[in-house]
Design a binder for this molecule. Structure first.
Ligand SMILES: Cc1cc2nc3c(=O)[nH]c(=O)nc-3n(C[C@H](O)[C@H](O)[C@H](O)COP(=O)(O)O)c2cc1C
Length: 191
């Protein structure tokens, strides 16, 4: 079965991202066409990129890199949940993306974002990064505005109208992850 990782792109104390990623996971788990797993960057503490050889060469030396690579290699596609920081994504997510290369290649990715304008500007940057990592970014996006989808900017209460958007995003990620399977080695669950 196709395996999709839901990457939580904020590690801040009291982050809003955890509520958003949990919402994505809970809804995704109601589907039967793929297996979904939360990937919390807090569980993969990575220093600022400290590999001496560029990740595109695939010669990882550090244990933290190998552990991260093993987890990311275990998926066929991803949903990235991103905050917007200074009109871009978070530094911790950019760093985590920079760490690897082959593990991202030929896989689909969809974006769920949040911020004052729904995190739209963060996702525009992420789409450029996805291209360089040879990821297929799907069109559908879920944008969650802080002033309408969160109470007091901190309690996540998404409108029901967000659910069809999320369903379409997941449809697209699963479809493209499946279609791209012939281009990559099979994904196996990480221990
Ligand atoms: C360093 C920083 C920069 C931010 N810059 C923006 C911004 O440019 N645009 C925006 O819409 N929100 C911005 N925000 C607000 C965040 O989108 C909001 O706090 C969100 O909840 C952050 O995600 P997190 O709580 O999961 O870390 C910023 C927040 C932080 C901490």
């Amino acid at each position: 079965m196709i395996r999709i990782g839901i990457i939580l792109g904020s590690t801040r104390p009291q982050r809003n991202g955890e509520q958003v990623a949990t919402w994505v996971l809970d809804n995704a788990k109601q589907r039967s066409d793929a297996a979904f797993e939360l990937v919390d960057l807090l569980d993969f503490p990575l220093p600022h990129l400290d590999e001496p050889i560029p990740p595109s060469m695939g010669q990882y030396q550090n244990q933290h890199t190998k552990k991260w690579a093993e987890k990311i290699a275990s998926f066929d596609g991803y949903v990235i949940v991103t905050p917007e920081y200074n009109h871009s994504t978070s530094g911790v997510l950019k760093n985590a993306l920079d760490y690897l290369f082959a593990e991202w290649n030929n896989k689909a990715v969809g974006f769920v974002s949040y911020g004052s304008v729904g995190g739209a500007r963060a996702v525009e940057h992420l789409r450029l990064i996805a291209g360089e990592l040879k990821m297929a970014d799907v069109r559908q996006q879920v944008t969650l505005a802080l002033n309408s989808e969160f109470e007091n900017y901190s309690v996540f209460k998404p409108g029901a109208y967000q659910l069809p958007q999320l369903a379409t995003l997941l449809d697209e990620v699963v479809a493209w992850s499946t279609a791209l399977a012939t281009l990559r080695p099979p994904a196996t669950p990480a221990p």
